[in-house]
Structures are given as C-alpha cells and as structure tokens.
Ligand binder design. Structure first.
Ligand SMILES: O=C[C@H](O)[C@H](O)COP(=O)(O)O
Ligand SMILES: C=C(OP(=O)(O)O)C(=O)O
Ligand SMILES: [Mn+2]
Length: 454
C-alpha cells in the first residue's frame, strides 16, 4: 500500500506527464468549459473497479504464456447515437459468437474484450478536412466534435467529454447485464453459430460448426454444468488518447494506493502517439491497468525494446500487450526481427495481431475500406512469423460491428466496390460486419487448431 505522500506524488507525476509534448490533442476553446468538464469527470464515479483490471492482467498473462487467447473487437469510433440496446446487443453477440469458435479452435479460454464503452477519440492523419473549397477541422471522434461537415459541428466542445462518460456508463451497464444475466449462455451462442453455418453460402464453415456441436453434446453427456456457462467475464478497452478524459478518471485504488485509469480495464497507446519522450508513454507507463501499444511496420527492434523498458520495466506478466499492425504485404518481413529481439531480451509481452490498420485503402469513389482476404492474410502472416520465431501468437484485435454494414470488401457475401454505398455507416475506419466477423473467427480457429495440433 502506497502511503498518502507517495499517492500524492503518483498523481503529481501524472500531471507532469500530461504537460510533455502530446500529439493528437484537440483544440479546445479557451473559455473555461474544458476545466468545467474535467472537474465534472473528476467528481463522477469510476466506470470500472481496479480489481477487475487486475483480474484482466492475470488473464492476459495466461494469453502471453499460450494458455489463453485474447479477442478484442468493436467499432473504430463508437458514436453516441450508436449506443442503443440493439446495437450494443448485436456487438456483444458477435464477440461472444466469435469467442466460442475461437475457444474451440484453440482449446483454450478466450479473453473477451470490447473496443466499447469509451472508444470515442480518434487520432487522424490530417488535422483538417477539405471538401470542395471548404476546409474545416478534422473529425476527431464524438468525444471531441461532430461528424457533420459544418464549422459549428467541427468545433471541439468539452461538454462532449462528459457525454462520452455517460454514454460509456450506460453501454457498460448493458454489457454487464447481458454477460452476467444469461445472454452469454454457451448453448444459445452455439445455436446462433449453427444458424450462420447452416446458410449454404457458409458451407465452408459447416464442418467446424458440426465439430463444435459434437463437442457441446459431449460436454452435456459428461454432465457439464451449463448453468455455470451462462455468464462470462467481458472486459472493455479503448485507445488512451485524450488526457482531458483519462486524467480525471484516473483514481487512487483504495486497496493498493496505486493509480488506475478507471475509464476502462485496458488502455492502449496508438501508433501515432507512442513517441518515447512524449506524454502518452510517460502517462500510461505510470498506471496499474494492463496497457497495450500499437506497433506499425516501421518499428525497429530497438524501438520495441525501448517501449518494453518504458511500459513494463518490471517485466510483470500480463502488463504489456504489443498489438502489431503491419499490413499483409509487410508482416512476414517486418514482424520476425521484432519477435527475435524481444525473445532474446527475455521479455514475454502478449503479442496480438491487428490485421485492420495496415490494410486500409480508399476506393476511387472515396470510401475507406479493407479487403477481407488481406485482413486474413495478415493474420496468417502473424501466425507464420510466430511459428518461425518460436513465440506465442496470443490474440486478435479487430474493428467490427454486429450490423449488416457494407464497409469491408469480400467475405462470403462478396461485397464489392459497388456495394460499399449500400450501408456504409462508420464515421472513421471500415468494420467487418456480423457475417465477416464470424467468418474471420472460423478462419482464425483453423489457424489455432493447426498451431495446437503441431
Ligand atoms: O482508427 C485509426 C485512425 O484514427 C484512422 O485510421 C485514421 O484515419 P485517417 O487516415 O482517415 O485520419
Ligand atoms: C487508431 C487506431 O489504430 P492505430 O493506432 O494502429 O493506427 C485504432 O485502433 O483505431
Ligand atoms: Mn481504426
């Protein structure tokens, strides 16, 4: 337990970290509204309990040892309007369905985590957006400004920080109700998957669905307690980007005297904000939550070793997750040297693949999209690189929704460029739709099956 003076010093260190150069922060108005929003956030209850973050750290440690597998999924950018019962339910349902498929493939527990209940802030490639002859500030996520292309909507409004908190609170409340109240019943989730696999278009996945069915019947015959399998642990995480949201929600844990960011169980630092001498690394390195960092294709072995030293100096199991997002065309060359260097250093972070962010493309008609086959190719490259290095492929991080959107190309529905306009709803990056997400899960399960057979 840290004593009171040490606790004060921890909080002061976080305040100092915030003052270091920080990328991707909004241009808030200078009228006192930011201070007001921060004070409001600081007075509101935490969204998660520090003990839950500790439990997650232990599960991530198991995944890093190859004894579990992490599934992280959800919107690129959550929206306030999208926090409806149906949309939250369908996203949770999609993640639960994927988790059952992956659990079977890996024969391991799957740690379930939504990019949900806080995934509102977006780093952007450009600070401004031009349409015709009008240039306005870029959309930075609904926690900062509005998507509508008007000067009024694009102005950063600190009151949105508080709205993001309340939207996260109601989202998390429903997630907890669903996952603890019986919605996650294994037999029910399995029935949803059977419905998917019975569709003739999905025949490729029928065999594995039948194998899972036999496994569930086998469990039943052995007297498995399905009542016990009606609830699951479900965690939430988001990119830790805005200090004006994360700092007021960082609290001293009454059990240990240590600081936890109570906006989520897990926070990750984005590819654009992981500068070693900058604010994000300094801030998040001081938190007790399990932390992630995105690693892009230009990352050198020295960069990764330095990130490990900063974010996990004590080499604590489960503390650090490295989320690689290399691009399908780069991963087979870019990842192995990093795996070798980290292995040689003796560190054992959790390695997770994000096969989305290195595979973006923009169509001639202006849609940001990704090809399903390239996404899957990056996943395969991730498994291959780990097999080659003798390290552990510990999880997958995807942008998805439970809705039937048309944002990513391909999959069994064979969404093509002409279809993108049918239902393109993302305010930032393209997400796998419900069917593409399940398809991905079946294909990743095949990789996991191969890995655990060999
Ligand atoms: O989600 C990730 C980033 O915010 C996103 O890929 C950036 O997109 P942009 O290049 O359109 O700014
Ligand atoms: C911004 C994101 O990713 P990255 O930092 O990898 O670009 C994201 O996960 O939405
Ligand atoms: Mn994204």
């Amino acid at each position: 337990m840290l004593d009171i003076a040490a606790q004060r010093e921890e909080l002061a260190a976080l305040d100092r970290a915030e003052t270091l150069p920080a990328r991707q922060q909004p241009d808030w108005p200078d009228d006192g509204s930011l201070e007001e929003a921060r004070a409001t956030l600081a007075s509101l209850p935490p969204l998660v309990f520090a003990g839950e973050a500790d439990a997650l750290r232990e599960k991530l440690a198991a995944a890093a040892r190859g004894e579990a597998f992490l599934l992280q999924g959800g919107d690129c950018a959550e929206t306030f309007e999208g926090a409806t019962a149906d949309k939250i339910k369908d996203r949770v349902k999609t993640i639960l369905q994927m988790a059952v498929i992956l659990t079977y493939g890996a024969s391991l527990p799957v740690v379930k985590m939504g990019r949900m209940a806080g995934q509102f802030a977006k780093p952007r490639s450009r600070d401004a957006e031009t349409r015709g002859d009008v240039t306005l500030p870029a959309f930075r996520g609904e926690i900062v400004n509005g998507y509508e292309f008007t000067a009024e909507s694009r102005r950063a409004d600190p009151r949105r920080l508080v709205q993001a908190y309340h939207t996260s609170a109601s989202t998390l409340n429903l997630i907890r109700a669903f996952t603890e109240g019986g919605f996650a019943d294994l037999r029910e989730v399995h029935r949803w998957n059977q419905g998917f696999a019975r569709n003739p278009a999905n025949a490729r996945y029928e065999e594995m669905a039948q194998e899972i069915d036999r496994a569930v019947r086998f469990m039943a015959a052995c007297g498995a307690d399905f009542e016990d399998l009606r609830r699951v642990d479900f965690y939430v995480g988001h990119e830790g980007l805005l200090f004006d949201y994360e700092r007021p929600l960082t609290r001293i844990d009454s059990r240990t005297g240590q600081p936890y960011d109570t906006s989520a169980h897990f926070l990750w630092i984005g590819e654009r904000t992981r500068g070693l001498d900058e604010a994000h690394i300094a801030f998040f390195s001081r938190l007790r939550n399990p932390i992630g960092v995105k690693i892009g294709p230009t990352t050198t072995p020295d960069d990764v070793l330095a990130l490990i030293d900063r974010l996990d100096p004590d080499r604590e199991p489960g503390r650090l997750t490295l989320i690689t997002r290399m691009g399908a065309g780069r991963i087979r060359e870019a990842l192995p040297p990093l795996l070798e260097a980290v292995k040689a250093s003796g560190a054992q972070p959790l390695w997770v693949t994000d096969p989305m962010h290195g595979n973006g493309l923009t169509t001639a008609t202006g849609y940001k999209t990704r090809r399903f086959d390239e996404i899957m190719d990056e996943v395969r490259g991730f498994f291959e690189a780990h097999a080659q290095a003798g390290t552990i492929p510990g999880g997958i991080h995807v942008e998805l929704t439970g809705d039937d959107v048309t944002e990513c190309l391909g999959g069994v529905e064979q969404i093509d460029e002409g279809d993108l306009g049918t239902r393109y709803e993302s305010l930032c990056d393209p997400r796998l739709n419900h069917r593409q997400s399940l398809e991905l899960a079946f294909l990743v399960a095949e990789e996991l099956k191969r890995l655990h057979r060999d």
